[in-house]
Design a protein around this ligand. Structure first.
Ligand code: ZN
Length: 381
């Protein structure tokens, strides 16, 4: 295997990792507490734009609502796209009943298992409305019903109104979208929990990567893309990659951490606090082994802990980026996260800090020659 970097280890300091982790924590609170259902990512986009504007040469927003921050490298340098999605799984109002209760369906892969008995925030033209997802009271359920997760048809949103008219006066109409209402909190040490860590943590990693690159010279021009509509089919990333035509694309998203009670060692996929995961495979992407090795080499050189990720269900923006135009050299870096698509997603801030440092170091060292060689090596196999 060709080595792209000399194998000198220069471990990143614990001090830097802690500093970046604290910063990710602050960003993540603001990002996770923002409401950004698919196709309505503007609240999240505003936060990211405010955070990155001083660290990029240019900010663009395209027709799908992607936010593209461009930080120039040297003339003739390669183009590197790093992407993280802004949207979160949510609900959409389908019907307003005469009795003032709302029916809804899902936008993205949120499970009924997590919906019942949750508070939700509905985004209307006029502002936010708080509601709760209600269902038949447990005391009235037959014993066999009580064992089951209530299906979508039996769930409704209660906004405290008693008529259709009252709901309409609150500014709610069919097509309004809602997200889970659950505030971001720190738990023990660097472990945190919140509702939309998927993929606001990726957005925070993008911001931190740009901050780490500030005042650094690099050949590569960075396209940091906060993408829209990932949860409904990787839509934003597809058009952004087409426009950018990157030499290397890397998506930053969460992945399954199944390191919880009662799960055997072999089924844990990834673990919290063991470093970012370098993706090998998911249901939409096979990372070329040479690309995987390229990312691993950066991690090893910098003394950054990492895990390898192989999953057969779920995918990320990287899948769309790879299949753009005649194909893009693509990899992915993931943040191990427990209880995905639930109101209590849980992760370790240090994994996100290490991911930011990994990406900034990769970009700092990338040059046209290496990336062309990487592409050539993929072709050779
Ligand atoms: Zn995601």
């Amino acid at each position: 295997m060709h080595s792209y970097f000399e194998a000198v280890k220069m471990p990143v300091s614990e001090e830097l990792v802690s500093k970046v982790a604290e910063d990710v924590g602050k960003l993540l609170k603001e990002l996770s507490d923002s409401a950004g259902p698919s196709g309505m990512e503007e609240e999240v986009r505003d936060v990211i734009a405010k955070e990155v504007k001083d660290y990029v040469d240019r900010l663009e927003i395209d027709a799908l609502g992607n936010l593209i921050g461009i930080k120039k490298g040297t003339e003739g340098g390669p183009k590197i796209m790093i992407a993280a999605h802004m949207d979160e799984v949510g609900l959409i109002i389908t019907y307003i009943g005469k009795d003032g209760f709302l029916r809804f369906t899902k936008v993205g892969g949120v499970s009924e298992r997590y919906l019942n008995a949750q508070r939700v925030v509905i985004k209307t033209r006029k502002g936010r409305v708080l509601g709760v997802v209600g269902s038949k009271p447990v005391h009235l359920l037959k014993p066999e019903e009580a064992q089951k997760v209530p299906p979508l048809e039996e769930l409704f949103i209660d906004v405290g109104a008693s008529s259709e008219d009252e709901v309409k006066k609150m500014g709610i109409r069919v097509g309004d979208r809602a997200v889970l209402d659950r505030g971001f909190k720190r738990m023990n040490g660097y472990v945190v929990t919140g509702k939309a860590l998927d993929d606001r943590v990726g957005c925070a990693v993008l911001i931190e990567t740009l901050k780490l690159l500030s005042e650094k010279e690099h050949d590569a021009t960075v396209y940091a893309v906060a993408t829209s509509q990932e949860e409904v089919g990787l839509r934003g990333a597809r058009v952004a990659a087409f426009k950018i035509k990157p030499d290397l694309g890397i998506a930053v998203d969460v992945t399954i951490a199944n390191d919880v009670a009662g799960v055997s060692e072999s089924d844990r996929v990834t673990r919290l606090g063991k470093g970012p995961a370098i993706k090998v495979m998911d249901s939409g992407l096979l990372v070329p082994p040479k690309v995987q090795e390229y990312i691993i080499k950066v991690a090893e050189r910098e003394g950054i802990p990492y895990q390898l990720e192989v999953i057969s269900k779920g995918s990320t923006d990287a899948a769309a980026i790879q299949l753009t135009r005649e194909g893009v050299v693509t990899g992915a870096v993931s943040i191990p996260t427990r209880y995905l698509h639930s109101p209590v997603e849980t992760l370790n801030l240090k994994d996100a800090a290490y991911a930011s440092i990994l990406l900034s170091k990769l970009i700092e060292r990338a040059n046209k020659k290496d990336l062309e060689k990487l592409k050539g090596d993929i072709l050779k196999g």
